[in-house]
Design a protein around this ligand. Structure first.
Ligand SMILES: C[S@@+](CC[C@H](N)C(=O)[O-])C[C@H]1O[C@@H](n2cnc3c(N)ncnc32)[C@H](O)[C@@H]1O
Length: 344
């Protein structure tokens, strides 16, 4: 079968269909979407960028049906107020206002048994701010916040710009609802770009309009993957981290936080898996597996540690959750460069 993947402007293709295709592509970054003509018949094809994910290909005769068909076949994609949503549940845990009943109920099903998850979520957000400040102080002025979630003060550009006034930030996520919020609330000037992408495909992210020409690939960048990798199966998370490390210029930084099975009550992992069952897998990685993500990087002091323990504001009195049945590990790694040695 001959694919004309990017050729959407063939004879008879109306301009509005092109716009609809562009909108669909922006909303569904995990798919390559194109229009093709075979034996005189037009059809629309959406194919997953990743192999081995079902359904891999969706084909319809009409563009309008393509979105419906994808949403039907992949219920975790597309907007739903009645299905818990990762970003809205996280927003609820942070005491935000952008969540629905389904999100609150799912989050409460976890908090009922493990109330410390709320404090841990706040600790993750505080780690993110401390890590961005640290990296900005090393002279980094381009940031990619991948799996950004709903706006949560302070956001990455707000922290980075306290250090470097002209820091540029790409906010990216695979959830169109999150991207809508980011476009409305975070994209405050030309130094901020909001891009639809799936962290499982870093090559596509770096080639996307809004990143290409905005982030200088020859210069160091800070990639943030905080509280997102545990929503992927292990092999996909490992592959995503490896690809980001490969693509980053020497001198770049990788900031990661992720749930770990090491020291976490297995009951909590089961509880989280049930709460997110309709949304995403939840994978608790061991501390050794998370540590392996930093292979080839120079880990900043204090190394891989609990989110609350990573360079706390007051090292004498770090704000730690009262109960320690839940753990999120955090680390900041630098890709070595041939330049002067960096002092971790
Ligand atoms: C728990 S929130 C974390 C928000 C923020 N990174 C933080 O640490 O405060 C996870 C976010 O990752 C996004 N996400 C989940 N899987 C993703 C994927 N495969 N690609 C891109 N974003 C993803 C969700 O939509 C959600 O907005």
């Amino acid at each position: 079968m001959a694919h004309a993947q990017e050729n959407v402007t063939g004879p008879g293709s109306p301009g509005t269909a092109e716009q609809d295709l562009a909108a669909l592509r922006a909303d569904l970054p995990g798919f390559r979407i194109w229009r093709e003509e075979t034996c005189g018949r037009i059809r629309y094809v959406a194919r997953r960028r990743l192999k081995g994910v079902r359904p891999h290909t969706v084909v319809t005769a009409c563009l309008g049906e393509l979105r419906q068909e994808i949403e039907r076949a992949c219920p975790q994609i597309g907007f739903s107020a009645v299905r818990p949503n990762i970003a809205r549940m996280y927003d609820y845990l942070l005491q935000g206002k952008d969540n629905f009943r389904a999100d609150r109920q799912a989050a409460e099903s976890v908090l009922e048994k493990f109330p410390e998850v709320a404090a841990l979520t706040r600790a993750n957000r505080e780690f993110l701010a401390r890590a961005v400040r640290h990296v900005a102080r090393q002279g980094i002025c381009q940031f990619i916040d991948a799996g950004v979630g709903l706006p949560a003060c302070p956001n990455v550009h707000e922290v980075a710009r306290q250090v470097t006034r002209d820091a540029r930030v790409v906010y990216t996520d695979n959830d169109p609802m999150v991207l809508g919020h980011a476009r409305a609330l975070l994209a405050v000037d030309s130094g901020i770009s909001v891009v639809a992408s799936d962290i499982r495909d870093p090559d596509a992210l770096l080639a996307a309009p809004g990143v290409r020409g905005f982030v200088d690939p020859a210069q160091p960048v800070c990639v943030l993957l905080t509280s997102v990798l545990h929503f992927l199966p292990a092999a996909e998370a490992d592959a995503a981290v490896a690809a980001f490390k490969r693509l980053m210029a020497p001198g770049s930084y990788l900031v990661i936080s992720a749930g770990t099975s090491t020291g976490t009550d297995p009951g909590l992992i089961r509880c989280l898996q049930a709460a997110y069952a309709d949304t995403a897998p939840v994978t608790g990685r061991t501390a050794a597996e998370i540590g392996a993500w930093f292979t080839g990087l120079i880990l900043a002091r204090p190394g891989l540690t609990d989110v609350w323990a990573w360079r706390p504001k007051d090292p004498q009195r770090p704000v730690r959750p009262t109960q320690a049945r839940a753990r999120l590990l955090a680390g900041v790694g630098r890709k070595p460069s041939g330049g002067p040695a960096w002092q971790p």
